[in-house]
Design a protein around this ligand. Structure first.
Ligand SMILES: *[C@@H]1O[C@H](CO)[C@@H](O)[C@H](O)[C@H]1NC(C)=O
Ligand SMILES: *[C@@H]1O[C@H](CO)[C@@H](O)[C@H](O)[C@H]1NC(C)=O
Ligand SMILES: *[C@@H]1O[C@H](CO)[C@@H](O)[C@H](O)[C@H]1NC(C)=O
Ligand SMILES: *[C@@H]1O[C@H](CO)[C@@H](O)[C@H](O)[C@H]1NC(C)=O
Ligand SMILES: *[C@@H]1O[C@H](CO)[C@@H](O)[C@H](O)[C@H]1NC(C)=O
Ligand SMILES: *[C@@H]1O[C@H](CO)[C@@H](O)[C@H](O)[C@H]1NC(C)=O
Length: 890
């Protein structure tokens, strides 16, 4: 019984979990590529526009593409100012091809580093046919200095490999790989005085994938004399967790700017390199985002401290989940300056595990920057540091404490999308509140714009930046007041987009419901404006980020569209509705129309009325109803009047009176406000300009004929798949699948319970007796197993609470030697299934928790469950697993 309950619990738990995540916030508006006017830059025969550098002072956007560097006008990137070809010599290309690389693609020069050195020079590096080269680009003549420095350690050899770089005080810091094969990762500083690099050792960097680097300056007024720090972000293969496959871990690493390396130990190596795990999880839903794709560090004078925004995905991401986590800098600094270190503990059978180091920590603190306190103890530079400190940091670059996100959970979790890039803008809206607007690029060429509001996220809009759905590879924000733009780079070109499309909102209600910090309604002009483009802000403007449109009073003209029709024909009444959060409601003679009836058919942008008769003449209104925080705002989008054509007119095909305007989808929305449960004034009687109506019938254009047969009708009905959902995949199918799955498992559980009780005849009884015979002990066995699991977990998570104690080697309780509390007692019928399940890397939990026959349900459940929740079960850290275990033992 307990087992059954567990199984059911498990199934329900999994179900709830998926449903909860299935409906992340939906972007309110989806702008298709052709709906928005974006500025493009691309040149024929040039590809891979993947490196962007914005110079805000000069208003220039530098673009590094394949074998070309461009300088574009940052106000209008279609205006090219300069271009420089930087080609690979024929000789080098041949040599590269000889080494087995593709001459047409890989053996080219991909510009990877583009950094501002000083006013007149850019520092640029390219892969140069697997011989990375760096040079100085003179911005006045727009020519290379011809120095052709060796770019090893600053730029990858292979264009497909990850890289990141940042220029700090004319010194280049980069994270990349150091050799042809790309097997030697490195974080280095290129400097004439003191070049430094990481130690080539697995504990320092283990197959990292670099995504971002930036400097955070120390407060010059602070008394502790701290150093500026350079932070690197990457995903690497875990050394600290035991796992069947390669477990990825997102990291933050940092070095100090004034680091000079050690004198004997760590000569020309970082003495301040420390790294920690970045956590981006939803513990109560058991979701772990362990691959970091991009980072943006928000620094603003209005912020007390910088905030680090990261976009994450899970390692196995077959449903396309993404998350945004934000970290405050003090949490990061706390981990590095006060946290515990990790230490590798060699265990018997040459397993290396990492556990918390609880021993004595040398003084000065290993990895700390030289500050006033260190100077007071006569450590003036890293060259003076004692060997003890240096040896310690060499062996312990990894912190045991992790960096937890603000609020202990992601800011945003979204399904059916893979986020690749992020930038964040800090905006002060009309009433003085400050919002951090996140712009997030996807792997399908779209951009999501989101704000956090009262603990929830609101995705204001989704914009298709690239017509060919290519991944957004680089995203840059220009946040100069009055001139805010986004620049996005991809393989095929660069796109410039405004930060908002306020003028697309044509009514006050629409403008306010958008909840866009950049937009406000200007009643005098009756237009939705970008508040940062106007000279000064005015009190009369209407803006409410909460979406309360009560103060709107849209005035509208009365101008309904007239249609005449014949008996038995079909009418198509157009009404287009942009908001994905609104519902379309049709009213006929002021009553809500029951569109489910077979007489009607609701399409994405129209209503069809079949078999028209006298009773159908009258006024039809199309309303958009949008609910924001229990307040419903409705606007009349369109109004149609249908009239019966007199029967005596028997001439074939009288034309429709109202001119049909095909393709006029940009119908101005004019509205009337009505609010429920609020003080807003109600003006439902306002009339509307007209949308189009088209009468569907025999295919002679806008002509009325007699009864259309149903087959003709369906041939001429436009495809009902809504255009709007092009990027927003429907989740309904998933829900159905989950429900089906749930009932299926319930059925299995019931079946076996009945079988177990002996209620079912024949085969089942045989099976049952086999099962019962095969099992001797029940309860005690189960708890033994549980006990050992707990032990294992404690060690794996390296939660050693005895303070001041040296970490003792843990006895090896890896998966191989785990006590068998799994499927071994299963009979032939189930062995296939269980073997399959065991072959998968994620069957651990199941084996641990379910004994005997209920294990087979669980196996089946897992097999039928190709979802992320399963991996997350097993690669959870010790703490998480324990938590889970507690839950399920209840
Ligand atoms: C290239 O630029 C043109 C406009 O100059 C634009 O219409 C086209 O969509 C761009 N192509 C891509 C792939 O971005
Ligand atoms: C900029 O850097 C280059 C290369 O180091 C140097 O030659 C030049 O004098 C510098 N220019 C200025 C204005 O500092
Ligand atoms: C360069 O762009 C092409 C498409 O234009 C793409 O197939 C290729 O993977 C890109 N190469 C790199 C290294 O990004
Ligand atoms: C930083 O984040 C932590 C965790 O959410 C929080 O406790 C702390 O107050 C934050 N610090 C600041 C200065 O915002
Ligand atoms: C500004 O408006 C928002 C949204 O309605 C509200 O939550 C916030 O309290 C307002 N701030 C001030 C200072 O009035
Ligand atoms: C059309 O409507 C009339 C009544 O208005 C009804 O008698 C007739 O059966 C309907 N025809 C079809 C095909 O539904």
């Amino acid at each position: 019984m307990l087992k059954m309950a567990l199984c059911a619990y498990y199934a329900v738990w999994g179900l709830l979990l998926e449903v909860a995540v299935a409906f992340g916030p939906v972007p309110r508006i989806t702008w298709e590529h052709k709906e928005v006017q974006l500025i493009h830059f691309n040149e024929s025969k040039v590809s891979n526009y993947s490196t962007l550098l914005l110079s805000e002072d000069k208003n220039v956007l530098y673009v590094g593409a394949r074998e070309v560097i461009f300088a574009l006008n940052a106000v209008n990137i279609a205006e090219k100012q300069h271009e420089l070809h930087w080609k690979v010599t024929e000789d080098k290309r041949t040599k590269c091809a000889v080494k087995g690389k593709s001459e047409q693609t890989e053996c080219r020069n991909y510009v990877r580093v583009l950094q501002q050195l000083n006013d007149t020079f850019l520092y640029v590096c390219g892969t140069n046919a697997f011989q990375p080269t760096c040079d100085y680009l003179n911005l006045i003549s727009f020519e290379l200095g011809g120095k052709n420095e060796d770019g090893k350690g600053r730029c990858p050899f292979d264009p497909a490999q990850s890289y990141t770089s940042v220029m700090v005080d004319e010194e280049l810091y980069s994270g990349t790989s150091y050799n042809f094969l790309g097997s030697e990762p490195i974080i280095s500083r290129h400097s004439h005085q003191s070049p430094l690099r990481t130690e080539y050792a697995i504990p320092w960097l283990n197959e990292p994938n670099f995504v971002f680097a930036d400097v955070i300056r120390a407060d010059p007024n602070s008394a502790d004399g701290e150093d500026d720090k350079i932070y690197f972000f990457f995903t690497e293969v875990s050394v600290e967790y035991e796992f069947v496959g390669k477990l990825m871990i997102p990291r933050i690493a940092r070095v100090c700017k004034r680091d000079q390396g050690g004198l004997r130990t760590l000569q020309k190596k970082w003495t301040s390199f420390l790294k920690a795990r970045l956590i981006c999880t939803i513990p109560d839903k058991n979701l772990i985002f362990n691959v970091i794709n991009d980072v943006f560090i928000l620094k603003s004078p209005t912020l007390k401290e910088p905030v680090i925004y990261g976009v994450f995905t899970p390692q196995l991401n077959n449903v396309g989940l993404s998350a945004v986590c934000a970290y405050n800098l003090s949490t990061v600094e706390e981990v590095f300056s006060k946290g515990k270190y990790m230490q590798s503990a060699t265990v018997e059978q040459s397993h290396t595990k990492w556990v918390r180091y609880n021993g004595e920590i040398p003084n000065p603190r290993p990895g700390a920057c030289i500050n006033n306190e260190a100077r007071a103890s006569n450590y003036m530079s890293s060259l003076n540091l004692p060997d003890k400190t240096l040896q310690f940091v060499k062996d312990h670059p990894l912190m045991d404490d992790s960096v937890t996100p603000m609020g202990d959970r992601p800011r945003l979790v979204k399904r059916d999308v893979k986020y690749t890039q992020i930038v964040v803008d800090r905006v002060r809206v009309l009433n003085g509140t400050i919002y951090d607007v996140m712009f997030i690029g996807t792997d399908r060429g779209a951009l999501h714009k989101a704000i956090s509001y009262e603990n929830g996220m609101h995705i204001i809009e989704e914009t298709q930046l690239f017509p060919n759905f290519e991944p957004v590879q680089t995203l840059v924000l220009s946040s100069k007041t009055g001139r805010r733009y986004l620049f996005a780079g991809s393989n095929s070109g660069v796109v410039q987009s405004p930060v908002a499309f306020c003028d697309k909102y044509t009514t006050c209600v629409d403008c306010v419901l958008a909840r866009d910090p950049y937009c406000a309604w200007k009643p005098l002009e009756a237009s939705c404006i970008d508040i940062f483009k106007e000279g000064e802000m005015e009190r009369s403007w209407i803006q409410n980020i909460g979406g309360d449109a009560s103060s709107c009073s849209d005035k509208v003209r009365e101008n309904p569209l007239q249609h005449t029709f014949k008996h038995g024909s079909t009418a198509e009444l157009k009404c287009s509705q942009k908001s994905n959060l609104a519902q379309v409601v049709w009213k006929f003679k002021d009553d809500v129309l029951r569109v489910e009836s077979p007489k009607y058919r609701l399409l994405e942008k129209a209503l069809l009325i079949f078999n028209l008769s006298e009773g159908d003449s009258g006024v039809y209104q199309c309303l958009s109803e949008e609910k924001v925080k229990n307040k419903k705002f409705s606007q009349v989008l369109a109004k149609h009047v249908l009239e019966l054509k007199k029967m005596q007119h028997t001439t074939v095909g009288p034309t429709v009176t109202a001119a049909p305007t095909e393709g006029n989808s940009d119908v101005p929305k004019v509205s009337a406000v009505s609010t429920e449960g609020s003080t807003a004034h109600i003006s439902t009687t306002h009339m509307v300009p007209v949308t189009t109506a088209r009468i569907l019938s025999k295919p002679i254009g806008p002509v009325l004929t007699s009864v259309a047969s149903s087959t003709e009708l369906f041939n001429s009905i436009p495809d009902a798949v809504p255009e709007k959902t092009m990027f927003l995949k429907s989740n309904d199918n998933f829900l159905l699948m989950f429900l089906f799955l749930f009932f299926f498992i319930l059925f299995l559980c019931l079946l076996s319970y009945n079988c177990y009780k002996g209620y079912l005849p024949g085969q089942c009884l045989k099976f049952r007796s086999v099962m019962l015979l095969g099992k001797k002990k029940t309860k005690s066995d189960f708890s033994d197993c549980e006990q050992s699991v707990k032990e294992t977990l404690v060690e794996q998570g390296s939660v050693s609470h005895q303070s001041g104690e040296q970490p003792k080697p843990a006895h090896d309780t890896g998966y191989e030697t785990e006590p068998d509390c799994g499927n071994s007692q299963l009979q032939a019928g189930d062995s296939q299934a269980s073997r399959e399940a065991r072959d998968k890397p994620f069957d651990v939990k199941c084996e641990l928790k379910f004994r005997n026959n209920s294990a087979s349900f669980c196996d089946k459940y897992l097999q039928r469950h190709p979802f992320w929740m399963i991996p997350s079960l097993s690669y959870a850290t010790g703490d998480l697993k324990l938590e889970l275990l507690k839950q399920s033992v209840l």
